[in-house]
Design a protein around this ligand. Structure first.
Ligand code: XUL
Length: 520
């Protein structure tokens, strides 16, 4: 154990916010947390919850790398006033997965000469060959996915990259850019992910893409952890030249750029550890790097993640590199909190009603009421939808609608994963805004037949995971010890066996209804 304190800083650049957390890993303390909200704190970008949809094609959804840079300056400025950043030994971070950042040949030089009297956005934005970039909510690349699949076969793409060709993944998005904007594509010298881009800015040099986030591109080979030449050729010929290197998640990229030392008082020896995706980071921050735990994150999207030893790719799931070694499985559901918010608004109820009142004194009944809860095109399974379907619910009140909608969301999640996992988890850790909802937690416990608990220390498991990874890589603190200290759980909710049995019947009805309405 190191004798001097190990303060580490974790950043999470997610869809809606940039968050910053400081932990003192030697004293087992969470020391500081703050965040910047893209929609409200950077309203000049006109985003709704951090993204904008294209008017011509709602399947296209974008965000702005310049906005992420502005958020980084804002957040460090706020933090520097309240916390002595000189104490920080190492920084790591995470970002929303799949979003590419497209840069011209001036990027490296711009990073090398960052001037603390100016802002990051002012100095770096000139390198963007796309000012708005497609993010994970974008489902507009079906044609490109088809071409990639034709070239290698569905299994060929799956076996190599850990996923079948997926619309939001960076490779198909890059292909679309190359096809639709060939000149801007030509000018593009380097394509980073959100995570490796933010890491590069902090390190003042182009950073590698880590194995976990890199697997969300349909370009990396998950067995060799190199860019796969067949996948690259099937995407865009010559793409290899435009990609950073791939590296394990615990790689030390270098030390912090002088810009941050001069402006915010960080120490020049602060180590920068490779950034990763928000889901891999949450796997660490919830302690699900250990076997037997799975994590459901109830955020803009709902995601289910768990660690595995072997890769074992299957078409309905994504295999990523494990942020602490091995592999992890991820299933992402686009109809998460934004869909819950739509229903809440349509019913004219508040979150307290939605999370609590609607579930008071509720025991699920053996009836035919059910809901296919899709306000948006779903990615798991792939289906097109703009409104939920309520079946056998004529005359239902708001409370019944809320409950049936929530049951539908987690029936869908259960169906997407349970048929194919090797070993069902005994504990599910819930994170994200909606994890506070007792009604949702109970529903999940009963559907999955597992105990469900939230983290005691924080809601932001991605930022915590980043700070933990920094402590592990820079101060050599064992991951098991970090999990033991920082990922303690609140008292769990236990499943009710009779309700789990009843839900199994309802899940069969859900599968039939989903097939009837959407063909999947
Ligand atoms: C995962 C995914 C989302 C984003 C959200 O594949 O697309 O969970 O990472 O930030």
């Amino acid at each position: 154990m190191p004798s001097s304190p190990c303060y580490t800083l974790g950043l999470d650049c997610s869809t809606q916010t940039l968050s910053l957390m400081v932990i003192n890993a030697t004293e087992n303390e969470l020391v500081y947390f703050d965040s910047v909200n893209f929609e409200t704190d950077l309203s000049q970008y006109g985003t709704k919850a951090g993204s904008v949809s294209s008017e011509q094609n709602p399947a296209e959804v974008f965000s702005f790398p310049a906005m992420w840079l502005e958020a980084l300056d804002l957040l460090f400025a706020k933090t520097a006033k309240l916390f002595d950043l000189k104490k920080i030994s190492a920084i790591s971070g995470s970002g929303q997965q799949h979003a590419g950042v497209y840069l011209d040949s001036s990027f490296n030089e711009r990073l090398a000469r960052l001037d603390a009297r100016k802002t990051l956005a002012e100095q770096i934005s000139g390198a963007f060959t796309r000012t708005q970039v497609p993010i994970w909510m974008d489902t507009s690349t079906s044609a490109q996915c088809e071409k990639i699949t034709q070239a290698l076969g569905q299994d060929g793409v799956l076996e190599r990259s850990g996923s079948i060709a997926i619309e939001r993944f960076t490779g198909p998005q890059i292909r679309k850019f190359a096809e639709h904007s060939p000149q801007d594509y030509e000018r593009t010298h380097l394509i980073h992910l959100n995570s490796s881009f933010m890491c590069s800015v902090l390190a003042g040099q182009s950073a590698p893409i880590d194995h976990a986030d890199g697997a969300g591109m349909n370009l990396a080979n998950i067995h060799t952890w190199r860019w796969d030449s067949d996948l690259l050729d099937a995407t865009v010929r010559g793409l290899a030249q435009k990609l950073p290197t791939l590296a394990p998640s615990d790689t030390c990229v270098g030390t912090i750029a002088p810009y941050f030392c001069e402006k915010y008082g960080l120490c020049p020896s602060t180590k920068i550890i490779a950034f990763t995706g928000d889901n891999p980071s949450s796997l660490v921050g919830t302690g699900a790097v250990l076997q037997g735990r799975a994590t459901i994150s109830l955020g803009t999207s709902d995601t289910l993640i768990y660690a595995t030893r072997a890769a074992n790719p299957m078409p309905d799931r994504h295999v990523l590199g494990g942020p602490a070694g091995g592999y992890m499985t991820l299933i992402c559901f686009r109809n998460g909190s934004l869909a819950r918010e739509r229903l809440k608004n349509e019913l004219g109820v508040d979150w307290n009603f939605f999370d609590k009142t609607a579930f008071e004194n509720y025991t699920p009944q053996d009836d035919n009421a059910l809901c296919l809860p899709f306000y948006f095109d779903e990615i798991s399974p792939k289906l097109r939808s703009s409104t939920p379907v309520f079946e056998n619910m004529d005359g239902a009140n708001s409370a019944q609608k809320v409950r049936t909608f929530i049951e539908g969301q987690f029936f869908n999640m259960y169906v997407q994963c349970a048929q194919s996992w090797e070993q069902a988890p005994q504990t599910i850790v819930l994170t994200g805004g909606a994890s506070k909802s007792g009604g949702i937690a109970r529903t999940i416990a009963n559907i999955f037949g597992a105990q469900v608990a939230r983290l005691k220390l924080t809601d932001n498991s991605a930022a915590l995971g980043a700070a933990m990874r920094a402590a592990h890589a820079a101060c050599a603190i064992p991951m098991e010890r970090l999990v033991e200290t920082f990922c303690t759980l609140e008292p769990p909710l236990l499943p009710n066996k009779d309700i789990t049995k009843l839900y199994a019947k309802k899940i069969d009805a859900f599968i039939r209804a989903r097939k009837r309405h959407y063909g999947v």
